[in-house]
Design a binder for this molecule. Structure first.
Ligand SMILES: Cc1ncc(COP(=O)(O)O)c(C=O)c1O
Length: 392
């Protein structure tokens, strides 16, 4: 019989199963848990979007698309980048590159494959989206985490000491997972300036861009009422930023696997080349459906999430430290001294409440990620239980 384990690379062995998946599997064994571990919105997918996907499938739009994506979606994204970031000429021969990708993850993975070789490094915030370090490792490079506790701001001052001749890019995530922190304009300016001075690329993972609350930062929304976009790509020199965004979180279609990357064409072109031989193209019906998203207004949903955020933060503040999330749908409170995130997570499981221990997103295990993307009554019940556990 084949000894299949002999075939596995050290690279694959070095990577453990995702901590989030483990919680997901644990959740499946509990009876009707209060699930505050979920990383996707709980609202119903807008009907217009569902209908557009159905129409696309019925209209036989089920085959491959061009590697870079279909024209109507590219045009809609180019308009959006123009409105949000002031970027003109996106996707045009001499303008910024644009590539439709298989989820935001597809863009992040291709960026790592294009820029990280053996010995190369990228800089990521700590805490981070759990896939960031592994994407760097899979590409053959290394992610260097920068401690951003306790306020979770990825500032130039914190990043600069970690830049060296092996550094290829700095990865900013705003609003962030797991803390929901929105970068201020000043932090974006200083980070962009640092990256340009040191000749490294600034990647801005803006997957939660639409989930930026109206009170996030005074500068997060354009004065002209354009959609929220706390993005360094909007600043002078912002055309040097590689912007990565997605549709999954914004419209509740995480399983459609659709995202995009826009920025310096030399990088985006290489990513498109590698996409040909990896993901091939982003899912076709999803591309057709998401070409109509400019007709969908998510503001009421974002407002509803803001109300949940207010409740969560207010309750947690009575027992612990928590930064106010300016966006996304997570809170990242500190667990009481003398307890680890994993210990509090386990105590929660005993009371049928699922969260994610901070150690899944960090080199430290001192916090807990709480998602409020679930039924508000359950959020309230779960928070009450967690507060009780933190008090004892
Ligand atoms: C910060 C961040 N970036 C990227 C992703 C990946 O998103 P996608 O489902 O579009 O691949 C996630 C998913 O949770 C995320 O939180």
């Amino acid at each position: 019989m084949l000894d299949a384990s002999r075939l596995i690379t050290d690279r694959a062995r070095a990577i453990d199963w995702s901590g989030i998946r483990k919680v997901f599997e644990l959740g499946a064994t509990l009876n009707d848990p209060v699930n505050l571990s979920i990383g996707q919105p709980d609202f119903p997918v807008p009907d217009a979007l569902k209908q557009a996907a159905i129409n696309a499938i019925r209209a036989d739009c089920n085959g491959y698309t061009p590697t870079r994506g279909i024209a109507p979606l590219r045009e809609s994204i180019a308009r959006r980048l123009h409105n949000d970031l002031g970027w003109a000429h996106v996707g045009e021969p001499n303008g910024s590159g644009l590539l439709i990708t298989a989820g935001t993850s597809g863009a992040l993975a291709l960026a790592a494959l294009v820029m990280l070789g053996a010995g190369d490094e990228c800089i990521i915030p700590d805490p981070y989206f759990a896939a960031y370090p592994h994407m760097a490792t899979l590409a053959g490079g290394r992610a260097v985490p920068v401690d951003t506790y306790p306020d979770f701001r990825l500032t130039a001052e914190r990043v600069e000491p970690h830049i060296n001749e092996r550094t290829k890019y700095v990865l900013l995530n705003s609003p962030s997972n797991p803390a929901g922190v929105v970068a201020s304009k000043r932090d974006c300016e200083e980070l962009l300036d640092l990256c340009r001075r040191r000749g490294v690329l600034l990647i801005s993972d803006e997957i939660y861009d639409e989930f930026t609350f109206s009170d996030a930062t005074t500068d997060a929304r354009a004065a002209d009422g354009a959609p929220a976009c706390p993005s360094p790509a909007r600043l002078p020199g912002g055309e040097d930023v590689l912007v990565i965004r997605g549709f999954g979180k914004t419209y509740g279609v995480t399983g459609w696997r659709l995202g995009y990357v826009a920025g310096p064409s030399a990088i985006v072109d290489e990513m498109a080349k590698l996409q040909q031989y990896t993901y091939v193209c982003a899912p076709t019906p999803a591309q057709h459906a998401c070409a109509i998203v400019d007709q969908i207004d998510m503001t009421p949903t974002v407002e509803a999430y803001k109300a949940r955020r207010d409740l969560v933060v207010q309750r947690l503040r009575e027992v612990t430290e928590v930064t106010t999330p300016g966006g996304a749908f997570y809170a990242f409170p500190k667990v009481p001294d003398g307890m680890t995130g994993t210990e509090l997570f386990r105590k929660g499981v005993e009371r049928n409440v699922l969260t994610i221990p901070g150690g899944v997103f960090s080199t430290r295990d001192t916090h807990l990620r709480i998602s409020f993307a679930t039924d508000p009554a359950k959020v309230e019940r779960g928070i009450d239980i967690l507060c009780e556990l933190m008090r004892t």
